[in-house]
Ligand binder design. Structure first.
Ligand code: ADP
Length: 491
């Protein structure tokens, strides 16, 4: 099987959140299972170029459209930890991928519409014949309508398109003119059966286009699949997703078990495995305390490692932090605030607590510090209002940091409460609360602190470390879908 991912993120070179990890982990595992995988992403100026091997131009004469204008593009190839990566560099006066960040520009919709069209143009012109095109979230959703409305008539063929919804909150709403710039007739797509947004009838919805035109839709956990078909969780697309139930499946993400492995993790001062977890975690804790000038403590070290956006329950993270200190624990917050208001708020908190020797707040994206924090911490707090899958609870489990989570999306599918879960005792691995409010956080923290002092804590840590949330199982589910989709579409 030949699979080409067309995506806006790829770990570790272009990562904002879980989407990047999923593309990387799924691609690597599918390749390991003997399939040919390529990943096409924009050649951002902010890529981590140190992680690219053998970067070279492979296709210099790619011309693509933006409205009536034709622009030149170069396709580069590179290797990222054994994966074949293709990078599209537009020579466009809008400097679409030279903005210093992946998202956050006012013309994001135009940037990714341009990318989607140029990506398909490249596949067509270079004579590639993938079995599957796998597209991710709104930024590359337009690939599906473009393929069916434009590239099939031109003669390009793939056996199927799979659209993955990582997060339904962002849908890429835009005017028909935006899509017309990619060469489709935007006005013609403004119908309920095509790409018309259900709430803003004069707008197109790129993600809706991906959903309507793809052969199969996946989302990132079975519980999130159920949630997005409800009014509360569907972000306006619940009816559409319900209509397409027969081509929709929730597959729990995995994490890359080679990359996230405390036994070989080069970013840890002290590596450890199941047998040496206690000593290993304690040595990492000492390093982390030293790094932030925290005092010695007998209380547990709790952490949160998260983008700081409303969906992640930032107020509850702050509440959990303050409660932890009150209860004589310690708290490390590694957060990436989004937007000026959140940034201001968290910098104020950082200043307020700067002299407190039981907490540290680090407001940057810092991969190395994330590894150390997972390894050093005893617990990880994830009070999300909504969480399609969530990876940090799985990484936490792998590193022996017991998750305290709200029962939603993939958190509900991967963390099982020590007291209330229906799972057998030896499969329970954390503390779960139902409602995203302060009493939920209190309930989880109280029980976790009590358990930390008791004799069964090390068993709980061990049970978590034994959980298999590797990509292997999830990749098999994707391969089954690829194979079903391509079997129904003879080339
Ligand atoms: P989302 O995709 O919604 O951000 P996930 O839990 O699926 O949430 O994935 C988050 C990923 O990003 C995890 O790998 C986590 O370790 C990482 N991460 C989040 N914030 C930071 C940060 N400030 N520094 C380093 N890594 C971070």
């Amino acid at each position: 099987m030949h699979v080409i991912h067309i995506a806006s993120e790829l770990a570790p070179i272009a990562k904002v959140g879980g989407l990047a990890d999923v593309v990387f982990g799924l691609a690597r595992e599918t390749q390991k299972k003997g399939h040919t995988v390529e990943i096409l992403i924009p050649k951002y100026d902010c890529l981590d170029y140190t992680a690219l091997k053998n970067l070279k131009p492979v296709f210099r004469e790619l011309w693509s459209f933006d409205g009536p204008y034709r622009y030149h593009n170069t396709i580069w190839s590179a290797e990222v930890q054994g994966l074949n990566v293709l990078l599209l560099e537009p020579h466009h006066p809008g400097y679409y991928f030279s903005r210093g960040s992946i998202y956050g520009s006012p013309d994001d919709v135009d940037r990714f519409i341009y990318f989607s069209r140029a990506a398909l143009e490249y596949l067509f012109k270079s004579g590639k014949t993938p079995d599957i095109l796998h597209i991710h979230d709104w930024p590359t959703a337009l690939v599906a309508p473009l393929y069916k409305e434009m590239y099939i008539p031109l003669g390009f063929r793939t056996k199927g398109i799979v659209q993955t919804i990582h997060n339904l909150q962002h849908q890429g709403k835009c005017s028909p003119q935006n899509v017309t710039r990619a060469g489709l007739r935007g006005e013609d797509l403004l119908t309920p059966a095509k790409m018309q947004d259900p709430f803003l009838p004069s707008n197109l919805n790129l993600l809706k286009g991906g959903i309507e035109y793809s052969d199969f839709i996946t989302t990132v956990s079975p519980t999130y699949e159920k949630e997005i078909k409800t009014v509360e969780g569907g972000c306006g697309l619940h009816m559409l997703l319900t209509k397409h139930s027969n081509k929709l499946k929730g597959i729990l993400n995995g994490i890359d078990f080679e990359y996230w492995n405390p036994a070989v993790d080069q970013l840890l001062p002290a590596k450890y495995d199941l047998k040496t977890a206690q000593q290993g975690k304690s040595a990492n804790k000492t390093e982390l305390r030293k790094k932030f000038g925290l005092k010695e403590s007998k209380g547990p070290l709790v952490c949160a490692i998260s983008r700081l956006v409303p969906q992640k329950g930032p107020e509850l993270i702050v509440y959990g932090l303050k409660k932890t200190i009150e209860k004589e624990g310690q708290f490390i917050l590694l957060g990436s605030p989004a937007g000026p208001e959140m940034t201001l708020q968290f910098h104020a908190l950082q200043k307020e607590l700067s002299k407190n020797k039981n907490t540290a707040i680090h407001l940057e994206y810092d991969e190395a510090l994330a590894h150390l924090t997972y390894a050093a911490s005893d617990m990880i707090l994830i009070p999300s209002l909504s969480e399609p899958c969530g990876l940090s609870q799985m990484i936490g489990l792998r590193y022996g940091s017991v998750p305290l989570v709200r029962f939603t999306g993939g958190l509900a599918d991967s963390v099982f409460d020590v007291e209330t879960s229906k799972k057998p005792d030896n499969e329970r691995n954390g503390f779960v609360f139902d409602f995203p409010d302060t009493s939920g956080v209190d309930w989880a923290l109280d029980r976790a602190f009590k358990s930390y002092k008791g004799s069964k804590w090390s068993t709980l840590v061990e049970q978590g470390m034994k959980c298999d949330y590797s990509w292997s199982r999830s990749a098999d589910a994707y391969l089954k879908i690829y194979s079903n989709v391509s079997a129904t579409k003879p080339s």
